[in-house]
Design a protein around this ligand. Structure first.
Ligand SMILES: C[S@@+](CC[C@H](N)C(=O)[O-])C[C@H]1O[C@@H](n2cnc3c(N)ncnc32)[C@H](O)[C@@H]1O
Length: 374
């Protein structure tokens, strides 16, 4: 089981908080798509013929792809890989990309899941984030997608920013429920270095979110989501039964994936590699057969740490048995620290699998650090 990720590095506007790789100049879009098509060809053997169960177009804004461009990429993938019959094919879109015509087009190409970047249903927040859509568009785009028969929809929301009151956060979650969406991601705002947001808050400290407010919003979220029948299956992800993201779940379970496009990462248990985060350099390197990625071979310690970090964030937990068999040299270290966290009520244990206790979920990464081998 393996997945394919395609990074589409273009956006019409830069969100103030975002440090993902993208360009707001679309003039190289055609050349970039050509380079993506070449990379798919060049790296066709990376997954060693494994069956592909998921294809994910992320960004940037993949919703900026025309039907023709999307079709060319999918055609190439289908020609060079074995794709499972009911593969999950996700397209990240922004609300302003959605129209009934566009949904019909992408559906006809096999896209069966949409990830819509909503962030908030309040115009004042969208403006503050420098989003290119309105709250009304957020709402109507979801309705349009549903009316066109796409049920498998997820939306992204952000909480823990200074402009968001707890009542507004409650209203945002109520909207998700009212819209009958089977999946959503809720991310706590991080102020990434060198973003416009980092600059803005450096000039006005009152805009730095308060940890206590973010924690309250997170606690409200997990309670409310549970009451409404959502499974909190990863720290930032909530889904109704059978509606988990297959693509992201396979990342968290350690399956192999190939990442195509500038800045995309690939992983195959033993190594990780990442493409250049520069559109022009990527295009030039791919077309002139020059190296366009860096690679890191993962030591057993890296693999152990990676497993702890990702598994602990999920509903499947961290298996002591797996550590014993696959990373025996770290088993004693793991058990010593996991038992200590258990005693401090930060972890729970069931059938020799360790899970984050509810109160530890907001600090998952710090807990994982305590279990890391160094
Ligand atoms: C790759 S981005 C999706 C891009 C998509 N084009 C959009 O603009 O919505 C994935 C999600 O990560 C979240 N995100 C990105 N930067 C963030 C930050 N600094 N803090 C919290 N969430 C962030 C947003 O919710 C975003 O939708």
């Amino acid at each position: 089981m393996a997945g394919i990720y395609i990074h589409i590095p273009f956006c019409t506007k830069a969100c103030h908080y975002c440090d993902f790789h993208f360009s707001t100049s679309l003039k190289n879009k055609t050349h970039l798509i050509e380079a993506i098509l070449s990379e798919i060809e060049i790296r066709k053997d990376y997954l060693k013929g494994e069956l592909i169960e998921t294809i994910y177009f992320g960004g940037g804004t993949p919703g900026l792809l025309s039907k023709k461009e999307l079709s060319a990429i999918l055609e190439k993938i289908y020609r060079l890989h074995s794709i499972k019959k009911d593969a999950e094919i996700t397209l990240e879109v922004n609300p302003e990309n959605i129209s009934a015509k566009y949904i019909k087009e992408i559906k006809s190409l096999g896209v069966n899941r949409l990830s819509i970047g909503v962030q908030s249903f309040f115009d004042e927040h969208l403006k503050w984030m420098n989003r290119s859509h309105s709250a009304k568009q957020a709402f109507s785009s979801i309705k349009t997608a549903q009316n066109e028969g796409i049920e498998n929809i997820t939306i992204d929301l952000i909480y823990g920013f200074s402009k968001l009151t707890t009542n507004q956060w409650k209203e945002n979650i109520d909207k998700v429920i009212a819209l009958n969406i089977p999946h959503f991601s809720a991310y706590c705002l991080t102020i990434e270095p060198k973003t416009a947001l980092a600059k803005i808050v450096s000039k006005d400290a009152t805009l730095i979110p308060k940890d206590e407010t973010s924690l309250n919003q997170f606690n409200f979220l997990i309670e409310k989501a549970k009451d409404e029948g959502f499974i909190h299956y990863e720290i930032s992800n909530f889904a109704k039964e059978k509606c988990f993201s297959k693509h992201n779940s396979s990342y968290w379970k350690g399956s192999s994936y190939i990442g195509i496009g500038p800045s995309a990462h690939s992983f195959n248990s033993f190594s990780r590699q990442w493409n250049i985060s520069n559109n022009n350099l990527y295009i030039k390197s791919v077309s002139s057969n020059k190296p366009f990625y860096e690679k890191e071979t993962l030591t057993t310690k890296n693999q152990y740490n990676e497993y702890v970090l990702t598994s602990l964030r999920t509903v499947w937990g961290t298996s002591a048995e797996k550590i014993k068999t696959e990373f025996p040299e770290f088993y004693r270290h793991f058990i010593k620290h996991a038992e200590d966290l258990l005693e401090r009520n930060l972890l729970k244990k069931q059938n020799n699998i360790f899970f984050l206790a509810e109160k530890a979920k907001f600090m998952a990464d710090n807990i994982a650090l305590e279990l890391f081998a160094d």
